[in-house]
Ligand binder design. Structure first.
Ligand code: BGC
Length: 245
């Protein structure tokens, strides 16, 4: 099946048509920058613009950085508050004139890694974490997703851990890799104590620099970088749509 996969992020949305059998992009991905927080209606327009760029009439899978239940978005920690409890699938479908399926962005990234990447054929508990604007998580058991885990919002002194260990927190707090890695280590050890994953897959732009921070981690579980780097969200959103629509 061919699905247009779209990954909505904190500062841009990007997409490409995906062959959901192989996980391959069928065209070079296209990005629309969103320096301002977009309202749901404007996000619908941006999705329609992406579809028009590829002259796309088929199904669309959208990854969103918040809790997603069916067609509804339930949380929006880093995007517009009007997404909360919105039937966003209906808004995006009306704008793009195509069928739309929604999934949490980190769940999408994890689905891609488990199907075609670093988590392929791994048995037991696998935890995917994305270190970007926020921290996203996706939890799998024998390849099956437990949807909407939100481990970026575990509390550290009353604030979400993502405020300290996301990629954007590293920049905002002006931390070098050893300093940031020390925080990430503390965070991951907490997750390990709760979940005991066999494998942790680290994604998000910062995972490309894994050789600068993995050596500072002292974990029981194996940790590996995501294989898809920045495309996992696109591929997984398409894969989810192919299964859901
Ligand atoms: C959101 C998650 C999302 C993560 C990464 C968090 O703030 O609550 O749903 O997966 O950011 O974008």
């Amino acid at each position: 099946m061919k699905v247009l996969g779209i990954d909505i992020g904190g500062s841009a949305l990007k997409g490409a048509p995906v062959d959901t059998k192989t996980g391959e992009l069928l065209a070079e991905k296209h990005r629309i920058l969103t320096p301002e927080r977009l309202s749901p209606a404007d996000m619908g327009k941006a999705i329609a613009e992406l579809a028009a760029h590829f002259d796309w009439k088929g199904p669309i899978g959208v990854g969103f950085p918040g809790v997603v239940q069916g067609n509804f978005i339930r949380t929006s920690a880093n995007l517009h508050p009007d997404f909360v409890d919105l039937d966003a699938a209906a808004v995006f479908e009306a704008a793009a004139g195509a069928e739309v399926s929604l999934v949490n962005d980190a769940d999408a990234a994890g689905l891609a890694e488990v199907a075609y990447g670093a988590g392929r054929d791994v048995k037991g508990a696998v935890l995917m974490l994305t270190f970007g604007t926020g921290v996203g998580s996706a939890l799998f058991v024998d390849g099956l997703l437990y949807p909407n885990s939100e481990f970026g919002h575990l509390s550290r002194d009353g604030e979400s851990w993502e405020k300290f260990v996301s990629g954007s927190a590293k920049d905002r707090l002006k931390l070098d890799y050893p300093e940031w890695a020390a925080l990430v280590n503390e965070y991951l050890q907490k997750l390990e104590a709760l979940l005991w994953p066999e494998l942790i897959i680290a994604g998000g732009g910062i995972s490309a620099d894994h050789d600068k921070w993995f050596p500072h981690l002292k974990l029981r579980s194996k940790i590996v970088p995501a294989q898809f780097l920045n495309e996992a969200g696109i591929v997984g959103a398409a894969l989810h749509a192919a299964r859901a629509l």
